[in-house]
Design a protein around this ligand. Structure first.
Ligand code: GRF
Length: 193
């Protein structure tokens, strides 16, 4: 039986967050993962998806931005909501229009600081370290046409200790991501607004 809420997960890299999401929704009563998509055929997240027997698709920039092919797949799989889990490309307007308020992203810092184009991965944690901030964290937000600017749905914070390296900061932030993202997705879908 098809469930009422069908999630597409977009990823570009290792997919550790995606895996937590796959696990969380494995036997969920009303939400299922319909499709996992990546711009990167080598993304570790695709292997993780296959272990969960989830359908996967890899696409080129033209299929994503111009031909409407990715949008057609989302329709074919009956996708109702999209989550980005380490997906690096800007979402084109046709997708935003097709899924208004129904695309969610996670960013590894406390937006509006340390966001925007080019701010991803270790660059974020290096910038946090450089700035001397004593607190960092995660931001889960809806996606609009600009990087990291949509409505904030949830934030959680953690300490930055004086001797932390960017790697140590990233480990602490990743723990927060894994702890919160699946549950926040679930609440965002089932209790919108
Ligand atoms: C996470 O830090 C997430 O906040 C950011 O990309 C990273 C993805 O990591 N958007 P992983 O591929 O889930 O391990």
């Amino acid at each position: 039986m098809t469930k009422p809420f069908r999630l597409a997960v977009f990823l570009s890299g290792s997919g550790s967050n995606a895996e937590k999401i796959f696990f969380h929704f494995k036997n969920h009563p009303v939400i299922e993962i319909a499709l996992v998509l990546s711009n990167n055929a080598e993304a570790g997240g695709l292997l993780r998806a296959q272990k969960f027997n989830l359908p996967t698709r890899v696409f080129l920039k033209t299929q994503f931005r111009e031909s409407g092919e990715v949008l057609a797949w989302l329709k074919e799989y009956g996708v109702t909501h999209i989550v980005l889990a380490g997906f690096l490309w800007l979402i084109p307007e046709n997708l935003i229009r097709a899924f208004p308020g129904r695309i969610l992203n996670i960013h590894p810092a406390l937006l509006p600081k340390f966001g925007g184009k080019g701010m991803y991965g270790m660059k974020v944690h290096e910038a946090v370290k450089q700035s001397g901030e004593r607190i960092t964290g995660i931001t889960i937000h809806e996606v609009d046409t600009k990087y990291d600017e949509g409505k904030i749905v949830f934030q959680a914070s953690c300490k930055v200790l004086p001797d932390d390296t960017p790697l140590q900061i990233s480990a602490r932030v990743q723990q927060l991501e894994h702890e919160h993202y699946p549950r926040v997705i679930e609440e965002w879908i089932t209790e919108p607004g």
